[in-house]
Design a protein around this ligand. Structure first.
Ligand code: RB5
Length: 152
């Protein structure tokens, strides 16, 4: 992934407050953040927001994405349906770092009902600060993921 400057953020009703906190946190760090999520607590459908951020990342409209729903799972599954997306759900910073280093994850996801705000900040920071090990076995495996996409 090239240098990340613009981040797309998306969420459902379960994660409005955490979305706002993470958006402000990223802006304080100097990133431009585009909000694709809902801004109300009214029940809504997470696939809408996973797809929006997935398409924004895949098209290059944004450099990377952050997705938050109750668990992080549904919204990441939706994003992963978009060709070119590698969205990873993480509940702590070690896997967040590794999913950039090994999988070149271009979207990080987590659950507002699963992790607290400080852990969420640590997850996002670990993922953004890590670099993809773009050679050898990791490159081969990420290319294999792309081949699966091409074959469906
Ligand atoms: C919404 O209640 C909840 O299902 C959603 O936020 C998410 O956790 C789905 O994976």
């Amino acid at each position: 992934m090239a240098e990340v400057k613009v981040i797309g953020i998306g969420n459902d009703h379960a994660a409005v407050e955490m979305k706002n906190q993470i958006k402000a946190f990223l802006e304080e760090k100097g990133y431009q953040v585009i909000n694709y999520g809902t801004d109300t607590d009214e029940s809504c459908d997470y696939p809408i927001y996973g797809e929006k951020v997935g398409r924004a990342v895949a098209s290059g409209e944004v450099d990377a994405g952050v997705l938050i729903c109750g668990t992080g799972i549904g919204i990441s599954i939706a994003a992963n349906k978009v060709k070119g997306v590698r969205a990873a759900v993480c509940s702590e910073p070690v896997t967040a770092r590794l999913t950039k280093e090994h999988n070149n994850a271009n979207i990080i996801a987590f659950g507002a009902r699963i992790v607290g705000i400080e852990t969420a900040k640590a997850i996002v920071t670990a993922w953004l600060d890590a670099e993809y090990i773009g050679s050898g076995r990791h490159e081969k495996r990420v290319n294999m993921l792309k081949e699966i996409e091409e074959s469906r």
